[in-house]
Design a protein around this ligand. Structure first.
Ligand SMILES: N[C@@H](CCC[C@H](N)C(=O)O)C(=O)O
Length: 270
């Protein structure tokens, strides 16, 4: 089965195009393919399928083999692929969570990531509470902001940028905290002197990644709700910068680069 490898700011994907063939995936198979030593190696596995309502359907699997509803960086990569394939300026992408739009923007890809959801039941949180101030009562962490971008996010605003040790210690504990029935993507944000937000992310089902597009969207939403930034923000991840715009109707736009890694082929055994 041929595959492509692409990445958005170092958040990397193995992409299978199953629009014109039978190609089933399971949790176990996805986990093996994502494995960096025994598989092809990636943060997320992406499968393209035919869509009745959009130009393409994008199936997303985390490195731990779980299927998820959203992936911002993959949306830009697939947006670029479909735009090139169709020879158009824009395209639509269906996911388990929404129908998203992608367009070319001065050498970058701009995507409409749908509406941020900020009610506790939509994140989801295990109990009703104000998502603007969620205190996990864990190791003196500040109260966080919770958001759904089609997947669940918690954003902590910190006084300094956390190092790898901190991320690896705190990430799994917060990801699996009982307040998050579907687990959660964990991000730590630090306001920099130039007004941008430095963001480090522990992704649900993937661990520390170079960048997480939906976490950047959620951080932009959270920073606006906390009155830290305007509706437009620049988020600097380990792998580079994304521009986020949180529109007044709740829609979030994300603009950033994409890159190809290589093409290959793999034998898939059921
Ligand atoms: N890397 C992605 C997010 C992938 C899914 C996430 N780990 C989840 O479990 O929800 C991005 O760029 O948004």
């Amino acid at each position: 089965m041929p595959f492509r490898k692409m990445h958005g700011l170092g958040n990397d994907f193995v992409i299978f195009d199953a629009r014109s063939c039978e190609f089933s995936m399971s949790n176990c198979k996805a986990k093996s393919l994502c494995h960096r030593k025994r598989g092809i190696g990636c943060d997320q596995l992406i499968i393209l399928r035919q869509s009745k309502t959009a130009d393409v359907f994008m199936e997303i699997w985390n490195a731990d083999g779980t299927r998820v509803g959203a992936c911002g960086n993959a949306t830009r990569c697939i947006g670029h692929l479909i735009i090139e394939e169709k020879g158009q300026r824009r395209c639509t992408i269906e996911t388990d969570a929404d129908i998203l739009k992608a367009e070319k923007a001065n050498g970058l890809i701009k995507v409409t990531m749908g509406k941020a959801k900020i009610l506790a039941q939509d994140v989801p949180l295990a109990k009703e509470m104000n998502t603007l101030s969620v205190d996990l009562d864990l190791y003196g962490l500040p109260a966080a902001v919770c958001t759904s971008m089609g997947n669940p996010h918690v954003t902590f605003f910190m006084d300094s940028i956390p190092d790898d040790h901190f991320l690896e210690k705190m990430g799994p504990k917060i990801e699996t905290h009982s307040l998050f029935p579907e687990y959660v993507n964990v991000a730590f944000a630090f306001l920099q002197a130039d007004g941008s937000l430095r963001l480090r992310v522990w992704e649900r089902g993937a661990g520390v990644t170079e960048a997480c597009g939906t976490a950047a969207c959620a951080a932009g939403v959270a920073a606006y709700r906390r009155q830290i930034t305007s509706r437009r923000s620049v988020i600097e991840l380990d792998g580079g910068r994304l521009e986020i715009e949180y529109q007044s109707d709740g829609t979030v736009m994300m603009t950033g680069p994409i890159a190809y890694s290589f093409n290959g082929e793999v034998m898939i055994n059921d």
